[in-house]
Design a protein around this ligand. Structure first.
Ligand SMILES: *Cc1c(COP(=O)(O)O)cnc(C)c1O
Length: 400
């Protein structure tokens, strides 16, 4: 089939809830992907950071195939021999006491919301049905009804009401606004340490630390959504390390499986996840042996291959080289590790057109909003490949 035929049948038979670039991919290895015509591209989105370990990593693939031949799904009505080892390894790596495994990121966010509400009623002593969770403007935490209920993106909300109550929204990076939003019913503050979908927005230094202090002062659970920032993306295992804070609940997903399979998890100390009793929450596929085996291999690869350090090192190089580009269209470049954004002046805009031009140069990157292009390649990327990327970025900058 021609590339155009694939696009036609996708458009004809599929719901149009995405607007993908017109490239039909059929193969991937490491940082590279190939389309059905055999053209090669450097993947600078890495499936929104789910493929941190690189496409089709052989060790994760091997673990997946081996487990698929043995046992894939038992449901949690029975135990399986992958779950305990997965829990222990994940807790040891992240300094957590407890894990609750789910599948998608949104499900893990929903899990965190349910858990802190219950914690609020049973531990903190909030009156029934009064729990409030503070969130940030321009957040992205997923697509379920409750999650879009506290989105500030009209596209994500319009037409989907009625919405779930119990959320209060404050400007991202504004500790005074957070403090002002807190009352006796506040059970949690839910935040991305760096806002990914908003365009790699990094809060002012000291903000997360201040948020941590406020949460301690008012007996509030700090929930960090590290689904995108976690597992090496920003050059640390978790982005919270940049501010030396520790969340009470940490949500991870995406790269937890290296892109092979949806695996997410909520991590916490004993007190918080401990409020859940048998029968109160669950998932048919959550914690299945195939997911656990894949996640164990994906975590192992992350550490054994030094991908977190590589993310830090290559990210510093990439960002410093990007900063050297002096071009009137560029408003700002920013990032941490391999989570980098290039923002154009709004009167120039055209991030989407820019991504299309990059595609013609063999680079796949994603526009976010009108003016921002995000670069988040797999963490296995090497300096030569970053040089290829830099050359393409330079080549297709808009004419002055
Ligand atoms: C991707 C993402 C989610 C949602 O994950 P899904 O697997 O798509 O449900 C939630 N929070 C953040 C920060 C994300 O980047």
């Amino acid at each position: 089939m021609q590339q155009s035929e694939f696009i036609d049948i996708e458009n004809q038979f599929g719901a149009h809830n995405y607007k993908p670039l017109d490239v039909v991919l059929s193969r991937g290895k490491g940082v590279w992907v190939w389309d059905v015509d055999g053209n090669k591209y450097l993947d600078c989105l890495a499936a929104y950071s789910a493929v941190n370990q690189g496409h089709c990593h052989p060790k994760i693939m091997e673990a997946m195939v081996a487990q698929a031949e043995k046992l894939t799904l038992t449901s949690r009505a029975f135990r399986n021999d992958q779950l305990g080892p997965f829990y222990r390894e994940l807790c040891q790596l992240t300094n957590s006491h407890k894990v609750l495994p789910m599948n998608s990121g949104a499900e893990a966010v929903e899990t965190a919301i349910k858990t802190v509400r219950k914690w609020g009623y049973t531990v903190k002593g909030v009156a029934d049905d009064n729990a409030e969770i503070v969130v940030c403007e321009n957040n992205f935490h997923g697509r379920t009804i409750s999650i879009v209920s506290f989105s500030t993106d009209e596209n994500a909300r319009a037409g989907f009401g009625p919405f779930t109550p119990g959320f209060k929204c404050v400007p991202f990076g504004d500790a005074a606004a957070l403090e002002a939003a807190i009352n006796e019913n506040t059970v949690a503050f839910l935040i991305e340490p760096i806002q990914g979908e908003a365009g790699v927005m990094i809060p002012p230094a000291g903000y997360l630390k201040k948020a941590r202090e406020l949460c301690d002062q008012h007996n509030i659970v700090l929930i960090l959504d590290e689904i995108q920032t976690g597992l090496g993306r920003t050059g640390k295992l978790l982005a919270e390390e940049y501010e030396g804070v520790e969340a009470d609940l940490t949500i991870i997903g995406k790269a937890l499986s290296g892109g092979f399979y949806p695996v997410s998890a909520v991590l916490s100390n004993t007190e918080i996840l401990g409020v859940l009793q048998p029968g109160e929450h669950g998932s048919t596929f959550g914690g299945n042996p195939l997911a656990c085996a894949v996640a164990r291999a994906a975590l192992k690869v992350l550490f054994e291959e030094g991908l977190i350090e590589n993310s830090f090192k290559q990210g510093e190089y990439f960002l410093s080289e990007l900063k050297k580009i002096s071009h009137p269209a560029i408003k700002e470049v920013r990032g941490r590790g391999l989570m980098v954004a290039l923002e154009f002046h709004s009167e120039i805009g055209g991030a989407r057109a820019y991504c299309n031009k990059l595609k013609d140069e063999g680079i796949l990157a994603k526009d976010t909003h009108e003016n921002i292009v995000r670069f988040a390649p797999p963490l296995v990327i090497q300096r030569e490949e970053i040089d290829i990327l830099l050359e393409a970025i330079n080549k297709v900058l808009p004419p002055v």
